[in-house]
Design a binder for this molecule. Structure first.
Ligand SMILES: Nc1ncnc2c1ncn2[C@@H]1O[C@H](COP(=O)(O)OP(=O)(O)OP(=O)(O)O)[C@@H](O)[C@H]1O
Ligand SMILES: [Mg+2]
Length: 343
């Protein structure tokens, strides 16, 4: 990766025509003792103001690494961005100095981390932890910062926020702790919020409440929201667009309604078949057979081919199939996408 030392001409980030983020042909690899693991292999997508994009895929498909590359918090070494662009409001963040990136991180693009529930500090009151955001980034004094913490706790609907601002993390339920993490992530009014598996550790009712809250906050501020999940069921009601990842590539992208009705990549078909549905009561859920490949031994051709019931000889050789338009607004990295669409 090459870096230039010149800062962009503007430091006031403004989305042109609502376009916030353009990730173009992103490549990330991990240089490990056992070899080079190509974790991200040409991921591209856009995010607009007010849009919710769900990035979906099994464990190890590269969802968190994509988010880390966007945030500029990749574990280096062993992780390196080896190609592509991460453009925010038109400026490639991979080409700006770390000093500029720091002004974007948290304030412009913010993230709720996958292990959020355990990342609150147990020895400090939650209000103090939220207030830190304002003390550090906005240089506020103690009492103003604490007042902002209460305002945010109210905004994420924590009951009796004023009284509970001095309570400790263990005094809150899992769902309430996740609300506190959301409060910290939106404290500086980011234009983009990336939520990495924000509801995985929570029960179903609380999952729905947290998703509802994220959606509400997004509507209030017109944020661009990226929801990372391995569970298509969780994001069905809130996502506008879905990008399905497999082995570091996007294998299908579409509007949420279209993908549910007519998936056109065998992996997406498998994911949909493995969601419990009320109208299929009594039938056996079909999990996708097999495991995702080891990144150090990815099969030739389409990485999904050993698990795919539609695979033919051409899927087992050469490069991975590219993501191409199978129908207007429908992209799939399967040679049989059009056939699957007309099923
Ligand atoms: N620090 C690291 N060193 C080596 N390999 C890594 C590192 N971090 C991630 N990887 C590899 O990159 C690949 C993508 O990981 P990533 O964390 O993005 O998966 P994910 O889709 O977020 O999965 P999950 O649903 O389990 O969170 C995995 O194969 C993982 O082993
Ligand atoms: Mg992850």
């Amino acid at each position: 990766m090459t870096t230039t030392t010149t800062a962009p001409a503007h430091l006031h980030w403004e989305a042109k025509d609502g376009l916030l983020l353009e990730v173009e042909d992103l490549h990330v690899e991990f240089r490990t003792r056992d070899g080079i693991a190509k974790a991200i292999n040409g991921v591209s997508f856009d995010l607009r103001q007010g849009e919710t994009l769900a990035i979906l895929g099994e464990s190890g498909s590269g969802k968190s690494v994509t988010a880390q590359a966007i945030m500029g918090i990749l574990d280096t070494p062993p992780g390196y961005v080896t190609g592509g662009k991460v453009k925010y409001c038109g400026t490639d963040l991979l080409q700006v100095p770390e000093k500029v990136r720091q002004t974007v991180r948290g304030a412009e693009i913010s993230m709720i981390f996958q292990d959020a529930l355990s990342s609150l500090n147990p020895v400090f009151p939650v209000g103090w932890q939220i207030a830190e955001m304002f003390r550090i980034h906005r240089k506020m004094n103690k009492s103003d910062a604490l007042a902002q913490a209460v305002r945010l706790m109210q905004r994420v609907k924590i009951p009796a926020a004023k009284e509970r601002v001095s309570a400790y993390p263990h005094q809150f339920s899992g769902g309430m702790r996740q609300r506190i993490m959301i409060a910290m992530a939106i404290a500086l009014d980011p234009a983009v919020l990336i939520a990495d598996e924000p509801t995985t550790a929570l029960d179903v009712t609380v999952q729905a409440q947290i998703m509802g809250l994220l959606k509400e906050l997004q509507e209030e501020s017109n944020m661009g929201l990226i929801l990372i999940t391995h569970d298509l069921g969780v994001v069905a009601d809130v996502a506008d667009n879905i990008a399905v990842m497999y082995c570091g590539r996007m294998v299908e992208t579409a509007n949420v309604h279209e993908i549910y009705g007519h998936p056109c990549h065998p992996y997406t078909i498998g994911l949909l078949d493995s969601i419990p549905r009320l109208d299929m009561k009594g039938t056996v859920l079909r999990a996708i057979g097999g495991l995702p490949p080891n990144l150090l031994a990815v099969p030739p051709g389409c990485a999904f081919n050993p698990r795919c019931k539609f695979a033919k000889d051409q899927c087992r050789v050469g490069d991975a199939p590219p993501l191409i338009e199978a129908a207007p607004g429908r992209h799939s990295a399967c040679y049989f996408a059009e056939e699957l669409l007309s099923r």
